[in-house]
Design a protein around this ligand. Structure first.
Ligand code: ADP
Length: 504
């Protein structure tokens, strides 16, 4: 019997699509996942086949719906890998090129040229971003420059461009709707945060015809209706947000001072700044987010490149632990870190240091150092890195973080979360359901369709969270932070003076 009102949440990620059917009372009634092909045509290039993404998403969505036998799906929410860009024919809905993925570095020279031309400060002021190949704008410019014929078709209005959300909306509505939301738009380099619209100056600089671009609608809003044969449902698409912002919303961070951190391979932090667009002086990005009604709000964003990946390296590279989950008992069994610090700058240092040439190092080793010390140092490093980004966010926004909400694989580690809470002097909350990205998409859609009467109501449906209080004596905190600061300082010093020239 189909009776429990539910939302289909589509989480279209970089390596696969996951779909969830989430009920009014916060239960996951059905779920399915499938990967799709990664294309690496040249070094530094990463592409996806947009038709394959659609085919995989469609079949995973149908599977999740079929698994949720008691559900009555009343709306669809979409969350997606950000920045990846698709260009397609409006009439046939055929992509004209493979999607260029956020990781793709082919526009590095283009970005360097734009920087040299002195555009960076103005781009930062308008978009909150930096001139980096990561964002969609230069990828789109590359397509129009490298493929003659596309520009004329773009200017004639025959083509449509968009991030993955727009592509899925087009396919779900049979091309009736070409739309995106502010959180996705804010990752393109084409969207002006304070005007809340596409920016003619940016379009001009990146030679992008306005006719290519989707309409920007509120994240919780009307994105058209799915057509029967797409999913076997005629229901509204009512929520859209980029993955990090969806997680922020799913975690209930919809007002100033609330922050979330996803501890996976890296650590991805967003701090809500309410209605304020806060420019960063500490190497962070400013980006669109959602308020409690799914309307436009803002956030600061920063990432630590290596977080859980340091534990992975100890497991797979050094073989000193069998499973990541063993790290908890190994770390908590020690009374202290024994003076051992691990700076896992395997791929350079991100925010707030921004030193791509830095490399990792271990400090404070003695004959008494054990594998437990190394594991503990790797866990502590995640906390130090996160603390530095939180400090940068607080310095930029002049706002104290009131609560840090966490998810991702490493957030299963209770010892680590207790350490983080103490080190950063911030209370931590881990939700019962860790699928916060999909939950966010469901929440945004369910607010619009009336499944939940308010954002609070939505959050309450998710059950009990676990809390970690800040409990670390001040002298211990100071001494730990001093040790870390010294270690990072040494790594930075080495990067400046060391043998980088001999590195490949
Ligand atoms: P991603 O989506 O980036 O692949 P996940 O959210 O799946 O990451 O988290 C996996 C990461 O979390 C791995 O890097 C792993 O080392 C780390 N991890 C998993 N469990 C634990 C744990 N109990 N303690 C610390 N780290 C963990």
């Amino acid at each position: 019997m189909s009776s429990t009102p539910s939302i289909l949440a589509i989480d279209q990620g970089t390596t696969g699509t996951t779909c969830f059917v989430i009920s009014e009372d916060g239960r996951i009634l059905g779920r399915a996942y499938s990967e799709f092909t990664q294309h690496f045509p040249k070094p530094g290039w990463v592409e996806h086949d947009a038709q394959e993404i659609w085919a995989v998403t469609q079949s995973v969505a149908r599977e999740a719906i079929a698994a949720a036998s008691e559900a009555e799906v009343t709306g669809v929410g979409i969350t997606n890998q950000r920045e990846t860009v698709v260009l397609w024919d409006r009439a046939t809905l055929e992509p004209v090129h493979r999607a260029i993925v956020w990781q793709d570095r082919r526009t590095a020279v283009l970005c360097a040229n734009l920087k040299e031309a002195g555009h960076e400060a103005e781009v930062r002021r308008r978009t909150g971003l930096v001139l980096d190949p990561y964002f969609s704008g230069t990828k789109l410019l590359w397509l129009l420059r490298e493929h003659p014929g596309l520009r004329a078709r773009a200017e004639a209005g025959e083509l449509a461009a968009g991030t993955i959300d727009s592509w899925l909306i087009a396919k779900l509505t049979h091309g009736r709707v070409h739309a995106t939301d502010p959180t996705n738009a804010s990752r393109t380099l084409l969207y002006n945060l304070s005007l809340a619209e596409w920016d003619p100056w940016l379009l001009d600089m990146l030679e992008i015809p306005q006719a290519l671009l989707p309409e920007v609608r509120a994240s919780s809003g009307d994105f058209g209706t799915t057509r029967g044969d797409a999913l076997g449902l005629d229901v509204p698409i009512a929520g859209v947000a980029g993955d990090q912002q969806a997680a922020l919303f799913g975690q209930g961070c919809w007002s100033s001072g609330l922050a979330k951190c996803t501890y996976g391979t890296g650590a991805f932090l967003l701090m809500h700044t309410g209605e304020r667009i806060v420019p960063s002086n500490h190497g962070l990005l400013t980006t669109a987010a959602c308020d409690s009604e799914g309307g436009l709000a803002f956030a600061l964003e920063g990432s630590v490149f290596i977080a859980g990946a340091a534990i992975q390296w100890l497991r797979d590279g050094l073989g000193i632990l069998g499973d990541a989950s063993e790290s908890e008992a190994m770390a908590s069994g020690l009374e202290s870190n024994g003076g051992v610090y691990f700076v896992p700058a395997f791929v350079g240092l991100g925010a707030p240091h921004w030193m791509p040439e830095a490399r990792g190092a271990l400090f404070g080793l003695t004959r008494g150092t054990t594998r437990e010390h190394l594991v503990r140092a790797a866990l502590e490093a995640m906390a130090y890195g996160t603390s530095e980004v939180l400090d940068a966010m607080e310095a930029d926004s002049l706002t104290k973080t009131t609560e840090l909400r966490v998810d991702g694989g490493a957030a299963k580690n209770d010892w680590f979360l207790g350490f983080q809470a103490g080190l950063s002097e911030v209370p931590i909350r881990r939700p019962a359901l860790v699928e916060t990205t999909a939950l966010g998409a469901a929440g945004l859609a369910g607010l619009e369709t009336g499944l939940w009467s308010s954002a609070e109501d939505f959050l309450a449906s998710q059950g009990d969270a676990t809390r970690f209080a800040s409990r670390m004596p001040a002298d211990e905190r100071e001494s730990l932070l001093a040790g870390w600061t010294e270690a990072v300082g040494a790594v930075k010093g080495l990067a400046k003076s060391g043998p980088q020239g001999s590195r490949p």
